[in-house]
Design a protein around this ligand. Structure first.
Ligand code: MLT
Ligand code: MN
Length: 297
């Protein structure tokens, strides 16, 4: 399986347009320790010829422009894109779909909850309805025509996106992780860009993959509050922090294979590769995903 990181930051990216914090300032200045990052998404392929996307970020236009593997064949409108898999209805995970609306030459796969949440409350999303299939939890769905890659959703603690909070109730399908399996080799990728709680079922799912991308929104629970008194903590915002006795780093440190943090908020000190926090992540054997990074499984 081949994996390309199309974008590694949380919603807003780095630098974020309205943010004068140290990471955004250094990224704007071109500091090599704090490279710019776009909003989160992965591309996956069985063989490097045809690809599927895991989430569709608002930066998808530039992300596809930067990735020759997803350019159309010369003199055609034939793009080697099979499926777009959605793990939630969060805007930083789905807005890219509206950017690709010129042609529905690919399939969209999400849970029924996410499909209904977006289609029922937002007329613009109905443009995408013909391409959009709902997959139940824990059920394999082939991604490509040759059925070499399959996706399978697994439930994680639900977090209703802010814009839907008054319109939809939390459900096991609200926030899912996705397991991608390469059928020939049996090798697995797990992608969990939004993780509120690391329960034993989710940890087992992550442990069973050879490679995993996990929510790295905040390093510490009070990261925002230290900058802005009164701001909610990481848990209240639906993101398990990296550090601390109940943080993700300690739980993920011993897992076999590769573990990469993705969906970092612009305040997260691990975005600065020279910070002590980034060093602590590397010392524990984990990585911070970077835009354009490619992995082979
Ligand atoms: C999140 O990851 O918590 C959301 O994307 C935040 C947001 O709505 O911008
Ligand atoms: Mn987000």
């Amino acid at each position: 399986m081949q994996i390309r990181v199309l974008g590694s930051c949380a919603g807003g990216g780095l630098p974020q347009w309205n943010c004068g914090g140290p990471n955004s300032v250094r990224a704007r200045e071109g500091d090599p320790a704090v490279p710019p990052r776009s909003q989160p998404s992965l591309a996956v392929s069985a063989d490097g010829r045809r690809w599927s996307l895991l989430n569709a970020s608002p930066d998808i236009r530039d992300q596809l422009a930067r990735f020759p593997g997803l350019h159309p064949r010369p003199d055609t409108r034939d793009v080697p894109l099979d499926s777009i898999v959605l793990t939630s209805a969060e805007l930083d995970h789905v807005l890219g779909l509206l950017v690709l609306r010129e042609a529905l030459s690919y399939r969209i796969v999400s849970t029924a909850w996410t499909r209904h949440a977006l289609l029922d409350h937002n007329a613009a999303w109905r443009l995408l309805e013909p391409a959009w299939g709902a997959a139940p939890l824990d059920t394999p769905v082939p991604l490509d025509r040759e059925e070499r890659l399959e996706a399978r959703f697994f439930p994680t603690a639900p977090k209703v996106p802010g814009f839907l909070r008054k319109l939809a109730a939390p459900h096991p399908e609200t926030t899912v992780g996705v397991r991608i399996t390469h059928r020939e080799s049996g090798r697995r990728l797990a992608f969990v860009p939004g993780l509120k709680k690391l329960d034993s079922a989710t940890l087992a799912e992550l442990a069973a993959a050879e490679c995993r991308f996990v929510d790295g929104t905040f390093y510490s629970a009070d990261e925002l509050r230290r900058l802005r008194p009164g701001a909610p903590d990481a848990h209240a915002m639906g993101h398990l922090p990296i550090a601390g006795p109940d943080g993700s780093l300690e739980a993920l440190a011993g897992l076999p294979g590769r573990t990469l943090y993705i969906h970092m908020n612009n305040t997260n000190p691990i975005l600065d590769a020279s910070s002590s926090e980034a060093k602590a992540v590397r010392r524990a054997g984990l990585e911070v995903a970077a835009d354009g990074q490619e992995l082979a499984l």
